[in-house]
Design a protein around this ligand. Structure first.
Ligand code: TGC
Ligand code: FAD
Length: 390
């Protein structure tokens, strides 16, 4: 593809500042130059392209909203959203690496850490010198993380950590892990666990058909001695990890639309070029229905995330509003990917086009950071006041 046209059917660009557009365009050209040419190969090989880490740091993808005195980019939430949108236009796995680093590793250190922890870790994470991962999910506790069994025991000078985490993005190569574990009173605490601590391992999960260019793994803790200075002092309880998820889910709400835009753009071009029965397939009503519905859903999604960004900037976005946007964007994207793949016919199943890769990636995105069902139930609880989880 020589060109990329970002759909902007309702002149949503008018709602962006010049700075927003500059940031968006510079990330877009970075993705086009650095990600698009190599991503299919890395996805086929099931490898995370580690060489992209310095570039991701340079475009401000690691901690876009973290203040500059800690090494972050100090940007607003619309900028953060636009960065995620453009990265996920390239690949959800690359956006995942950035989401985890910024929202799930830097954010908890920034929001719940001591000044010493912030000064020590945040600049290294912002520059990509350290990469991090976030361990909440366990083999037997996914949607219900409050029932986790990973635990810490107070041994005086240190905590003894035991348990296991599952499905952890970036874990196989991460230098540090933000780990959520219960103390002896059953209260969830956050810990910074470092690579090389005795009894800590992070084996990779193989055989994924989705998010193949992202490294996923386990975190296994067998009597790991975690110094007390590595505990995040300023949060206790499930609201700690859930607060980080608000950050990441917000980014995914924008990101998934990037994947949707790439699928739409690819299908639209193909429909104008592919000739069957003597004319472009885009001239057939059935294909036009698919394309018209795609641009309608993308436009609705763009307006929703833009408004969410404004609310987030004003610190007024509720977790339930974030859930609605994450769920809507991912559903939009997965439906568009499936329809776009059909428009491409047989070519749609090949790596010549990005559509099937996006489609497979989105099967993870619809599950992680709270499944489609869980976000629906969060909306249900918010509007009825009745809790379906109890
Ligand atoms: P519940 O009793 O409702 O809440 C416990 C405490 O947490 C507070 N809270 C929140 N705080 C901040 N943000 C939110 N979004 C919050 N939601 C709830 C709540 O007020 C309460 O506080 P307090 O002070 O009263 O104690 O908790 P519950 O056990 O009933 O669970 C609720 C539920 C199901 C919504 C929650 O557990 C949930 O969201 N489950 C989904 C799990 C999930 O999303 N896991 C994601 C793992 S990380 C991941 O997937 C990374 S992928 C990264 C990538 O590669 O991009
Ligand atoms: P389950 O919770 O077992 O759910 C199975 C099904 O049951 C789902 O359809 C779900 O919607 C449904 N269900 C569950 N409870 C209810 C209910 N109350 N009502 C109705 N239906 C319900 N986790 C991390 O901590 N860190 C990471 O970095 C991370 N990265 C990931 C990367 C990938 C590629 C994947 C696939 C997952 C990752 N996860 C990560 C884990 C992810 O957050 C979980 O997979 C997700 O929260 C769902 O948990 P589960 O897979 O155990 O499914």
């Amino acid at each position: 593809k020589d060109l990329y046209e970002a759909p902007d059917y309702y002149q949503i660009d008018d709602l962006l500042s010049e700075e927003h557009k500059l940031i968006r365009d510079s990330v877009r050209s970075w993705v086009k130059k650095e990600v698009s040419p190599i991503i299919e190969d890395f996805a086929q090989k099931a490898q995370f392209p580690k060489h992209l880490i310095p570039g991701l740091a340079e475009i401000g993808a690691f901690g876009p909203t973290i203040p500059t005195n800690y090494g972050g980019a100090g940007l607003d939430y619309i900028s953060y959203g636009l960065i995620m949108q453009e990265i996920e236009r390239g690949d959800s796995g690359i956006r995942s690496a950035a989401s985890v680093q910024g929202s799930l590793v830097m954010y908890p250190i920034y929001a719940y850490g001591s000044e010493e922890q912030k000064m020590h870790y945040l600049p290294k994470l912002a520059s990509g010198e350290y990469m991090g991962c976030f361990g909440l999910t366990e083999p037997d506790h996914g949607s219900d993380p409050g029932s986790m069994i990973t635990n810490i025991k107070d041994m005086g000078d240190y905590f003894l950590l035991n348990g296991a985490k599952m499905w952890i993005s970036n874990s196989p190569f991460a230098d540090i892990a933000i780990v959520w574990a219960k103390d002896e009173e059953g209260i969830i605490r956050g810990l910074i666990v470092e690579k090389g601590m005795e009894g800590f391992s992070a084996p990779e999960i193989h055989g994924k058909w989705s998010l193949r260019a992202s490294a996923s793994g386990e975190l296994v803790f067998d009597n790991v001695k975690v110094p007390k200075k590595n505990v995040l002092p300023n949060v206790k309880g499930l609201k700690g990890p859930l607060g980080c998820l608000n950050q990441a889910r917000y980014g995914i709400a924008w990101g998934a639309l990037g994947a949707a835009m790439d699928c739409y753009d690819t299908a639209l071009r193909y429909s104008k070029e592919r000739i069957q029965f003597g004319r472009p397939i885009g001239g057939f009503q059935l294909q036009q229905k698919k394309l018209a519905e795609m641009i309608t859903e993308i436009t609705k999604g763009q307006l929703l995330v833009w408004r969410l960004g404004v609310l987030r900037n004003e610190n007024r976005a509720s977790p339930a509003q974030i859930s609605m946007a994450k769920r809507n964007s991912v559903e939009t994207a997965i439906n568009i990917a499936r329809e776009a793949r059909q428009i491409l016919g047989g070519m749609g199943i090949t790596g010549e086009y990005p559509v099937m890769r996006h489609m497979m990636n989105l099967e993870s995105v619809v599950t992680y950071e709270g499944t489609h069902d869980i976000h629906l139930l969060i909306t249900g609880m918010d509007i009825t006041g009745l809790n379906a989880f109890e």
